[in-house]
Design a protein around this ligand. Structure first.
Ligand SMILES: C[S@@+](CC[C@H](N)C(=O)[O-])C[C@H]1O[C@@H](n2cnc3c(N)ncnc32)[C@H](O)[C@@H]1O
Length: 246
């Protein structure tokens, strides 16, 4: 297949994978996710700000505070996308390295830091060479969380820290109802109008990929992390997992 044809295939292959009610897994998921983010990269930042009413900015700041690393620490921005967390890290005198699967997202990365195209499940860094790992809204997009956590544990130095920010669903019944309407109806409508409807229909569905909090903490504990913590933001519509390598 010529290079152009390959790119055409990649750019739209997510539409097939995400149009049915069943979500893809394994290699199919990786291909679909990469092609979806390649496709939505140009308007990703705009949609992010609109759909979270700008709240993602304060969640990012809290995540960075939870990471709690000193100046000049080397921190992987895992699944960095367009680089919002890396920009914040640079402002706080940390040294970010952006890692992302999607070349489209990396091309739109505004952080002016070192960038690597790589799967989070196979990081191109030496063992115990990194002080911290941070990620924003990526956990549910990873194909194999087990492998990603293994890699985080491998590359982090002892006492190295991580902070993983993700969306979540509120526990309160009324909030859950309102959130459901917003997430399942309004988000796909706005996403469809301004970007790609299939991609923004995938967003609410993708929550299904996330293990429950206790399961997630138990997996992280088994991967050699300690001082684990979990907090909810904005009445439970976002959440943060944090911890430290033993
Ligand atoms: C919702 S975006 C979040 C981007 C950015 N972290 C932020 O906070 O705005 C999810 C990102 O995860 C990336 N991604 C998904 N699966 C990945 C994987 N297996 N390895 C590396 N990056 C991945 C996507 O390409 C996309 O840029």
């Amino acid at each position: 297949m010529s290079k152009d044809k390959q790119q055409d295939y990649n750019a739209s292959s997510f539409k097939e994978a995400f149009k049915s009610n069943t979500l893809p897994y394994g290699k199919d998921k990786t291909i679909a996710i990469r092609s979806m983010f390649d496709a939505i990269a140009p308007r990703y930042d705009l949609l992010n700000r609109i759909l979270t009413f700008g709240q993602d900015i304060s969640w990012r700041k809290k995540s960075l505070r939870a990471l709690g690393l000193p100046k000049n620490s080397i921190v992987i921005d895992l699944a960095s996308g367009t680089g919002d967390l890396s920009i914040l890290m640079r402002k706080n005198n940390l040294v970010p390295i952006g890692v992302d699967l999607s070349l489209g997202m990396l091309k739109h990365n505004r952080s002016q830091t070192s960038l690597v195209q790589s799967d989070a499940a196979s990081l191109p860094f030496r063992s115990e060479s990194i002080d911290g790992v941070i990620s924003g809204f990526a956990l549910r997009n990873f194909t194999n969380l087990d492998l990603v956590f293994d890699e985080m544990s491998r590359v982090l130095r002892p006492k190295g820290r991580f902070a993983l920010l993700e969306v979540s669903v509120p526990n309160n019944t009324f909030l859950k109802l309102g959130h459901g309407i917003y997430f399942n109806k309004i988000v796909p409508a706005i996403g469809g109008a301004l970007s790609d409807s299939t991609a923004y229909q995938y967003l609410p569905k993708s929550i299904e990929y996330l293990p429950p909090v206790d399961k997630m903490l138990s997996i992280l504990g088994k991967k050699g992390f300690t001082n684990l913590g979990h907090v909810s933001f904005s009445f439970g519509i976002a959440q943060l997992f944090m911890g430290e390598k033993k």
